[in-house]
Design a protein around this ligand. Structure first.
Ligand code: C2O
Ligand code: CU
Length: 588
């Protein structure tokens, strides 16, 4: 139709202007659909030597880079990654954190859940659509490969010709992580030992894979007694400086893929306006500093309206655990002066690690942008998840309703789809916990059980989850846990102190709760969330602290898996699903 009208225009000069306009409008409307690009990437994952914090260690890199390459796409694009495992002796998968994988649950990249680990030497193709603009990232989801450095950024822009609901002149992307000098293999053995050998606090905080261990941009800042760094600029651990022009607006995309640390970022003299959280727009609000937990992402905008004859520090500090890691530093550089000129104002001090009131007031200031989807007024099913630290045969574990999760060898997507009964616990795990449980004291009976049963969720039902925090094994200890859901965003309906009661429902925010994929539970508190189970698949919901997940802190939701179509057979070439294919292959 538009082709016909457009060619007609050639023979009628007076109509040309009008029709040209009309044609380009029509075409650009079509572009949204037809110009969706397939972004074809070929990635090799391998171990390599790298110096993320100026000390050489082994990291997991992609195509010789650490962090892995940044994926940049537009809404509607198809991401096509041919991932080749070049590790010597272990499997690998990559999870696209925050991408809901609508209709492609087999591309979620979770070992034991959506697929088999890719064997050394083999290639697996991830193919999925990015359907929502925002700041995302990707990371390993097998063993502790995220801690080994298998991660990178994934940025989705609004469709070409459309605009974000806020203005900016330029942008920066900062992916935060934490780094240990001990290898992940040793960390993993320590976590599975009796007595437990805890990984301890990270040696270094990294921004875009860069940090400084044996030196500091500002000696003695944050009690580290290190000497002044001397950089030529091309070192792997040299900080990424943010170079800005005065009187402009910049968007900073912040995401955290830390293994353990909760973080806070502050920029000297510059307020940040929060505009996006986990790929969803929020009601803009201004902050001096911002908390970010593992698994979360934010966009903030800043105005470069300060004295342009100076540089400013950006600092990132640890929250929620007594820090033994010095704050990370980099520089906001007003371009007219050299970036090597150290700021004359000292770095902003991020809030005290245990100032929970500060964290709570930040978290409770997040509301969805007007016009965002709102939650159904009531739920069909409610799951109450008690978070406890436990023991099993003297090993320390984390449990949900007294079940500590262990990964089965056959991926759920296959075992549920094909009705294999003997490969995971067929009974449903507990949906709540005894009302008499005292969340303020260490568990009276710390012994829990391992399990790998799934919560069966009916298609299109509205599910509420109440996450209930409690005292850990040691007295007067309750930790922060950032919980992350795969396959869906959820509304955060509320937070509270102590034990959740039926009466707390009255205070749920049903008007403008933020949509997110990761949410924190504060010490001794609860968090309530709601989602509509409309994306069939096998979806983990877990604490995003890597060692906690490894010690059992997660559950799996099995959601209308019978509706899942088109699982590539190589996603299921392990465990009992592999047996099944083999049998099929040789049947008459
Ligand atoms: Cu970013 Cu299941 O994790
Ligand atoms: Cu946790």
């Amino acid at each position: 139709m538009s082709t016909f009208s457009c060619s007609l225009a050639k023979s009628r000069p007076r109509m040309v202007l009008f029709l040209t306009l009309w044609c380009s409008v029509t075409l650009s409307m079509m572009v949204g659909w037809s110009e969706a690009k397939a972004r074809h990437l070929k990635w090799d994952v391998e171990y390599m030597y790298w110096s993320p914090d100026c000390e050489e260690r082994v990291v997991m890199g992609i195509n010789g880079q650490f962090p892995g390459p940044t994926i940049r796409a537009h809404v509607g694009d198809i991401i096509h990654v041919d991932l080749t495992n070049k590790l010597g002796t272990e499997g690998v998968v990559i999870h696209w954190h925050g991408i809901r994988q609508l209709g492609t649950p087999w591309a979620d990249g979770t070992a034991s859940i959506s697929q088999c680990p890719i064997n050394p030497g083999q290639t697996f193709t991830y193919r999925f659509v990015v359907d929502k603009a925002g700041t995302y990232f990707y990371h390993g989801h097998y063993g502790m490969q995220r801690s080994a450095g298998l991660y990178g950024s994934l940025i989705v822009d609004v469709p070409e010709g459309e605009h974000e609901p806020f203005h900016y002149d330029g942008e920066f992307n900062l992916l935060f992580s934490d780094w240990w000098h001990q290898s992940v293999h040793e960390q993993e053995v320590g976590l599975h030992s009796k007595p437990l050998r805890w990984i301890g606090e990270p040696q270094t905080l990294l921004m875009n894979g860069r940090g400084q261990y044996n030196c500091s941009l500002l000696p003695n800042f944050g009690n580290s007694s290190s000497t002044q760094c001397k950089f030529k600029g091309n070192e792997q651990c040299a900080p990424q400086v943010l170079r800005v022009l005065p009187n402009k607006t910049y968007r900073l995309r912040l995401a955290s893929t830390t293994a353990l640390a909760s973080l806070n970022i502050a920029i000297g003299k510059h307020k940040m306006i929060v505009v996006e959280a986990d790929g969803n727009y929020v009601q803009p609000f201004a902050v001096e500093d911002l908390d970010i937990y593992s698994g979360e992402s934010y966009s903030v905008v800043i105005k470069t309206d300060q004295n342009p004859n100076q540089n400013y520090w950006i600092s990132v500090g640890v929250r929620g655990r007594q820090p033994k890691t010095p704050p990370a530093l980099t520089i906001l550089n007003y371009k007219k002066i050299p970036s090597s000129k150290l700021p004359s104002i000292s770095p902003p001090i991020t809030p005290a690690w245990n100032d929970y009131n500060h964290s709570k007031s930040f978290t409770k200031s997040i509301f969805s942008l007007m016009g965002s989807p709102t939650p159904p007024a009531s739920y069909d099913r409610r799951l109450l998840f008690l978070n406890t630290q436990n023991r099993i045969d003297g090993y320390i574990k984390w449990s949900i309703n007294n079940v500590s999760f262990v990964f089965p060898p056959t991926p759920y997507l296959g075992s549920v789809k094909f009705g294999l009964k003997n490969v995971f616990d067929q009974s449903s795990p507990p949906e709540d916990f005894p009302a008499s449980y005292d969340i303020m004291s260490p568990p009276a009976n710390p012994n829990s059980n391992t399990g790998n049963g799934v919560y069966k969720i009916d298609y299109n039902t509205t599910v509420d989850i109440i996450l209930q925090n409690a005292n850990a094994l040691a007295a007067n200890t309750s930790e922060i846990h950032p919980w992350h859901l795969h396959g869906h965003d959820f509304w955060v309906l509320g937070y509270g102190e102590g034990k959740f009661t039926k009466g707390d429902e009255a205070n749920f925010n049903l008007k403008n709760p933020p949509l997110r994929n990761t949410v924190v539970i504060f010490p001794y508190g609860w968090t309530a969330l709601r989602f509509v189970a409309d994306n069939p698949g096998a979806w983990p919901f877990h604490c995003h602290i890597e060692p906690h997940l490894h010690m059992g802190m997660g559950v799996v939701l099995s959601l209308a898996v019978d509706k899942v179509k088109g699982i590539p057979t190589d996603a299921l070439a392990c465990g009992h699903t592999a047996d099944m294919f083999l049998k099929k292959k040789y049947l008459p």
